[in-house]
Design a protein around this ligand. Sequence first.
Ligand code: FEO
Length: 167
Amino acid sequence: MNATIEELLNNQIKYEATASMQYLAMASWADAKGYNGVADFFYSQSEEERVHMTKLVKFVNERSGNVEIPELEKPKATYKGLNELFEKFLESEMFVTEQINHVIYKCLELKDYNVHNFMQWYVTEQLEEEAMARTLLDKLNIIGSDKSGHYLFDRDINAIAAAHDSK
Ligand code: FEO
């Protein structure tokens, strides 16, 4: 495996792991605040990111590359409210999209079409996740600081997410 690509894929393993732990911290924050729907949403997002991470670990190993399981920074644990929580969620997804685009760019530059092909799954997945994060933040921006709006958002978030997934 090309050394540059190997390094980029290892970085990507770290970004997916970071997102997974960040979403676990978000789920736990929401759980403690009584936002059960939001907590379920982030518990499940955390699992998804773990799947993204493991898929990369397996791929690098299959291609006889060297995987380094990374050390992670402590995730942000407290939030001013749902708006900040979902702003951070969108920020995190936009960052991951940027990194994936960078891997794709390098694959083309170095003519590594196998990895390029493998990464297409991430491109599609990322498009959906970023769009979902944007939709949820848009809804929260409409709601503003209205408490009953937040109550309904928490009640309906998993239905909104499911409807988004089936589009
Ligand atoms: Fe796998 Fe949403 O980053």
